[in-house]
Design a protein around this ligand. Sequence first.
Ligand SMILES: Nc1ncnc2c1ncn2[C@@H]1O[C@H](COP(=O)(O)OP(=O)(O)O)[C@@H](O)[C@H]1O
Ligand SMILES: [Mg+2]
Length: 286
Amino acid sequence: MSDEPASLPTPDQISSAATGAAAAPAVIEARDLCSHYGSRQVLFDVNLTVQPGEIMVIMGHSGCGKTTLFRHLLGLKRQSGGSVRVLGEDLAQLARPDLYRLRKRLGVAFQNGALFSSLSVRENVELPLHEHTKLDLNTIRIMSRMKLNFMRLAEHEDLMPAQLSGGMLKRAGLARAVVMDPQLLFFDEPSAGLDPVSAAELDRLILDLRSAMRMSIVIITHELQSVFNIADRIMVMHGGRNLLTGTPDEIRASTDRRIVQMLNRSPHQEELDADSYLRTLTGEAE
Ligand SMILES: Nc1ncnc2c1ncn2[C@@H]1O[C@H](COP(=O)(O)OP(=O)(O)O)[C@@H](O)[C@H]1O
Ligand SMILES: [Mg+2]
């Protein structure tokens, strides 16, 4: 096929990129990023580079600053030090309208799908196209249908969110996040609260998304199985700092006590609070 891109990096290129040998411009470049809530510092000199086509997984204990890092990468929070470049733009230099334009090239999927409960699955997926484009209804329908097919939700498009299983909710959230064909997708805790089969299915979809749509993906997850299924590289955070960034093999080979502990804990051990535990039992979404 003529449009078979030469631009999608091979795993080799990605790992050479990880060692600094690649030429392609990074899609994310955070340098010495510092962040505060009020007077309390929560990120300390965080460095993160994500290459085009790369799946980067961010791991770390609850409260270590993963979601805050996401907020910076999305331009939702101003850093107190360092710099953040996303898709080549220095976020601190962008005027509001430019930031808004940049955000349209980013997809964000939230933990529980964050769908509007009064809209059907299809209406939820079409919403960004109605809000951010002037496309006609037919085109919007075609674009949402493609993504719903991709996420294996085509037969369920008329259901309301309350009628969906946990796995379907996440797939619907993901369909909505990618309906505008973002270059960069952010996903906070995709498999939290899913049974192993649905979690594995979601992992497969994330890998398919990268190869079909050639997007770079940054994922926060605690599910170790999932981490090693999908990551090209992993960034381990601890107490607002990045402890280590490397390939899954490099992370597995780490002798850092904190990383060894993280890799040896039983699944779910530290993230399940009483609420999410109950939701797991009842199969209820948030
Ligand atoms: N809106 C906020 N206001 C004040 N402190 C916050 C806010 N959001 C997060 N924090 C604090 O910042 C730290 C990092 O939080 P967060 O980025 O949510 O961690 P993670 O996503 O890794 O669990 C935590 O100590 C948390 O309590
Ligand atoms: Mg978080």
